[in-house]
Design a protein around this ligand. Structure first.
Ligand SMILES: [Zn+2]
Ligand SMILES: [Zn+2]
Length: 399
């Protein structure tokens, strides 16, 4: 461990980027498979499957087929060695029962046991009597490892080395100076206003609440859990504001109401149309509760499946419902995509990045200071709210 230094990790990452096979040097080579030649002796009194089983188990016991080696599939081996599939299947079943090979669902079996670690630059050699054609050997094709996978490896190593350093097994953490490949994020094409409107219409058809939920996702850009956590007291329809104070998350089956992701509660402007939609939603809930003589409490949730709206929607459930509506509308959109829509449309509409960021609520937006203003949202956020509502409502809008 002490010998691992930054440059070694850099080299490893560079290698993985070229080919994920550690035995590969970049030059062409044959990937040998040490499958023995299976010969059926007609004078042998043992049945064919037993002869095949014997040959294979001998190869495994002698180590020429090593733990972790992948065997060809039944059909592949049958074709390579010109032996019936029934014979191969019976042989595989026997070897599996004997614990020599491991059957894998939907995949070809592998030799049981712990595979030896692959050392860079070392490759499986073909043994004596090896027949590439019958073993099914193939020319190696390089499989570059994805940058994101290498970054995953880097983060595992970073954690391991950090622990080693904490326990004083090593005094340096080489992952500090190593440079994993940077992940190139492909920009996701933003959904068009027309498509978003289609999904909202579909959602509305399923339930007015779901339609409003999705509408709020795109015109406010809040996270799904933040919207689930919205309570009656967080909505100020007179001033056209909503207060994003909590994020609702489900962790290990437990519903947790926690501070917003960024620990910054924020006020968002909502346009008059959105206020009307929310007011209609609240009226509907109040009317429904009135029939059973219950009042809508201040700490009740805007979106709830419970009688008195005492508990919020499960964010996963909301995601699922939105996905259903999007699929029915034939549009690729999820709640994250809705936030993406909000951001990209605001920027495309000429709203500045700072305001857009404050609306979406990422860290360091300075949104907390907004609370100290008489009107907690700047004029530009008012315009943003109106702009998004108009854009999303499209030509079918009332005005
Ligand atoms: Zn070979
Ligand atoms: Zn390769």
């Amino acid at each position: 461990m002490r010998k691992v230094r930054g440059p070694i990790l850099d080299q490893l990452y560079a290698r993985l980027k070229r080919c994920g096979d550690l035995s590969c040097t970049g030059r062409p080579f044959t990937e040998h498979r040490n499958v023995p030649v299976l010969v059926l002796n007609p004078r042998d009194r043992r049945p064919a499957w037993q002869q095949v089983t014997e040959t294979l188990s001998e190869a495994i016991r002698s180590g020429s087929l090593a733990p972790g080696d992948e065997l060809p599939s039944i059909t592949e081996l049958s074709a390579l060695q010109d032996i019936g599939t029934g014979v191969i299947r019976r042989a595989f079943e026997t070897l599996t029962a004997d614990g020599l090979i491991l059957a894998r669902r939907g995949q070809s079996p592998i030799v049981a046991g712990t595979a030896a670690p692959v050392l860079p630059g070392t490759r499986k050699r073909a043994g004596p009597g090896h027949d590439c054609r019958r073993a099914g050997c193939r020319p190696h094709v390089c499989h570059p490892m994805k940058a994101s996978t290498i970054r995953g490896i880097h983060s595992i190593l970073s954690g391991a080395f950090a622990a080693a350093q904490r326990w004083e097994w090593t005094d340096r953490n080489p992952t500090r100076s190593a440079k994993p490949p940077t992940a190139i994020r492909r920009p996701i094409p933003a959904t068009s206003p027309d498509d978003v409107a289609k999904v909202i219409a579909e959602a509305r058809g399923r339930s007015a609440a779901l339609g409003l939920y999705l509408w709020l996702v795109v015109v406010t850009g809040v996270r799904r859990g933040e919207l689930c956590g919205l309570q009656i007291r967080d909505v100020d329809l007179d001033r056209g504001l909503i207060h994003i104070a909590f994020n609702y998350v489900v962790r290990g089956g437990q519903r947790v109401r926690k501070d917003t992701k960024t620990h910054q509660d924020r006020w968002l402007a909502i346009d008059p149309d959105t206020c009307t939609l929310i007011a209609a939603h609240l009226d509907e809930i109040r009317t429904e509760l009135a029939t059973v003589g219950v009042e809508l409490r201040d700490d009740a949730y805007l979106f709830s499946n419970e009688p008195a709206h005492s508990g919020p929607w499960n964010p996963d459930w909301a995601t699922h419902k939105v996905a259903e509506a999007a699929a029915a509308a034939g549009v690729k959109l999820d709640i994250k995509g809705g936030r993406h829509y909000t951001a990209s449309q605001l920027l495309a509409g000429g709203f500045d990045l700072c305001n857009t960021a404050a609306r979406l609520g990422p860290s360091g937006g300075g949104a907390t200071t907004l609370r100290h203003y008489a009107d907690p949202v700047p004029e530009v956020d008012r315009r943003a709210a109106a702009y998004l509502a108009r854009l999303t409502a499209g030509p079918t809008s009332q005005d």
